[in-house]
Design a protein. Structure first.
Length: 262
């Protein structure tokens, strides 16, 4: 008698809609930010584009974008199919990339390659400074190391990079390869807002797609940003379980944020 109501309640939480993108009367911008590991587009790219498009993001923080043969063409095809354009990154950032909607005005972009540890994969950041309405925002997409010490150092480099962007407000996200209890995750959460922990909305775990039991993907925001909701967009209109399972091996994270006007 009690199992069905609890399950129904959880499903209702998943289905609560995030605010749509808009500009408020005070000049602040409500935006949607999606973080997504797309596994080099080796899975169902049509499903991937449908998931991204249904989430209607202003910014997409991509990890494992195609990096090799014709990678720009592949990423451009995904952007066009999901209603986005390429902003930064891809092969030139060793995998992280940023896509954006036409609502976004670009001030500058920079792809950053991180120090290479022998025996480990090359890592990098895709970064940009953008304007949305009267709001100005730093943006960073990352995919941290599988090795814990290197991952911790990269978390520090991420914080340094945000601090050096010359903006008051910034958002960063990606595949951290670590749960919230880990040292690198905690280092980021100490200096930034962990958006899922601040305003949980939707699903929690992002890996694996077939048996999600770990939260290793996250979106972070600087303290002055208001987090309106963040989580895996399960039950979001247009986002089906079939597409989530077919698109890639991670589940996406979607956040709604209010960015104060300059």
């Amino acid at each position: 008698m009690h199992l069905a109501p609890r399950a129904f309640g959880r499903r209702l939480i998943d289905m609560v809609l995030l605010p749509n993108s808009r500009t408020d009367s005070d000049g602040s911008a409500v935006i949607r930010v999606l973080s997504y590991n797309i596994r080099s587009m080796r899975d169902d790219t049509d499903a991937l584009a449908r998931v991204i498009g249904a989430c209607a993001p202003d910014l997409v923080l991509v990890q494992e974008a195609p990096r090799f043969f014709r990678w720009r063409k592949k990423l451009a095809r995904l952007a066009a199919a999901s209603g986005q354009v390429i902003l930064s990154g891809g092969g030139t950032a060793a995998g992280p990339a940023i896509l954006c909607s036409l609502r976004v005005t670009v001030e500058r972009t920079e792809d950053v390659l991180l120090p290479l540890t022998p025996g480990q994969h090359r890592r990098g950041f895709a970064t940009a400074v953008v304007r949305i309405g009267a709001a100005r925002l730093g943006v960073l997409s990352c995919h941290l190391s599988l090795q814990k010490d290197e991952r911790y150092e990269q978390a520090g480099l991420l914080l340094d990079r945000l601090a050096g962007m010359g903006v008051e407000h910034a958002v960063a996200g990606g595949d951290l390869n670590e749960r919230p209890g880990g040292r690198a995750f905690a280092r980021l959460a100490e200096g930034l807002q962990d958006c899922r922990a601040t305003a949980p909305r939707g699903g929690e775990h992002t890996w694996t797609r077939t048996d999600p039991h770990r939260r290793i993907d996250a979106i972070f925001a600087t303290k002055g940003i208001e987090v309106l909701g963040c989580g895996v967009p399960r039950g979001h209109p247009g986002v089906t379980e079939t597409d989530l399972r077919a698109a890639t091996d991670h589940l996406p994270v979607l956040a709604a944020l209010r960015i104060p006007a300059r």
